[in-house]
Design a protein around this ligand. Structure first.
Ligand SMILES: *Cc1c(COP(=O)(O)O)cnc(C)c1O
Length: 248
């Protein structure tokens, strides 16, 4: 099989998956009495090559997400080489160590996984330096990741500390608080988790009107997330297929 045939097949496969996912989003919005234009679709490209990211961009996907800095950084560079004119926005959605702040702000438009004042401060400082050195042109958009599962170490700010963290981020010029993100607990009831999340989101949004994005819902639970007010779903498997190894 020639390479171009392989690429054409992959493109057709991604196109079909994309239309299925968009149909699911539309149906979930209609069921919730919401406008589908309110819900953004992020393609989570972790473990998949930059060539897939390029095909998704060709198909009209405008937001891509990664969960590991070390994997994302070369992939972003590669996509820029493959599609110099592309205007996709890259989102970091995975747990982030403070010592990776300096590298993540070189490629990320949005960091969705801010879960502590110390990480927020590290990103503020790193963004300031990247702006000074011409490595980025705009402030960094951030979301606070809310921890909905206190049993696991999967990251996330404890719900009772979210407003305090929001307050401290809104005092920083280099990073802009745009909303909240969460992952429903593994094996739990996503409706219960997203009900809790939507309550926290309402309170934060009332105090900080610019924090109006809610990033919730993945391949398995996007309908539930949309029913509870999600404005951004992060979809990996349903778009790109199964991942060879479980993502850390
Ligand atoms: C991998 C990942 C997703 C996508 O998960 P799927 O179940 O493959 O759709 C969404 N959000 C985060 C934070 C992830 O790490």
């Amino acid at each position: 099989m020639s390479t171009s045939t392989g690429a054409e097949q992959r493109r057709a496969e991604l196109a079909e998956n994309l239309s299925r996912v968009r149909e699911r989003v539309d149906r979930a919005c209609r069921a919730a009495g919401r406008d589908p234009g309110e819900v953004e679709l992020l393609a989570v490209t972790k473990t998949f090559p930059a060539s897939d990211a390029a095909l998704l961009a060709d198909l009209g996907v405008t937001g891509l997400a990664e969960n590991r800095e070390q994997e994302a950084s070369p992939k972003v560079t590669e996509l820029t080489a493959l599609r110099p004119a592309t205007e996709v926005r890259w989102h970091m959605v995975g747990q982030l160590q403070r010592n990776k702040a300096r590298s993540v702000v070189r490629w990320a438009d949005v960091v969705e996984s801010v879960d502590s004042p110390r990480l927020a401060e590290a990103l503020r400082r790193a963004t300031g330096r990247a702006l000074d050195e011409g490595e980025r042109q705009r402030p960094l958009d951030v979301l606070i990741q809310v921890g909905l599962d206190e049993r696991t170490g999967r990251g996330g700010c404890p719900p009772e500390e979210v407003e305090e963290l929001a307050e401290s981020i809104t005092n920083m010029n280099e990073i802009h608080l745009r909303g909240l993100m969460a992952v429903a607990p593994l094996g739990g009831d996503s409706d219960v988790a997203f009900t809790t999340l939507s309550g926290i989101f309402r309170r934060v949004r009332r105090r900080f009107p610019g924090a109006d994005r809610l990033s919730a819902g993945m391949s398995g639970d996007l309908e539930s997330a949309i029913a509870h007010g999600s404005t951004r779903v992060r979809v990996g498997t349903a778009l790109l297929g199964g991942r060879p190894i479980p993502s850390p």
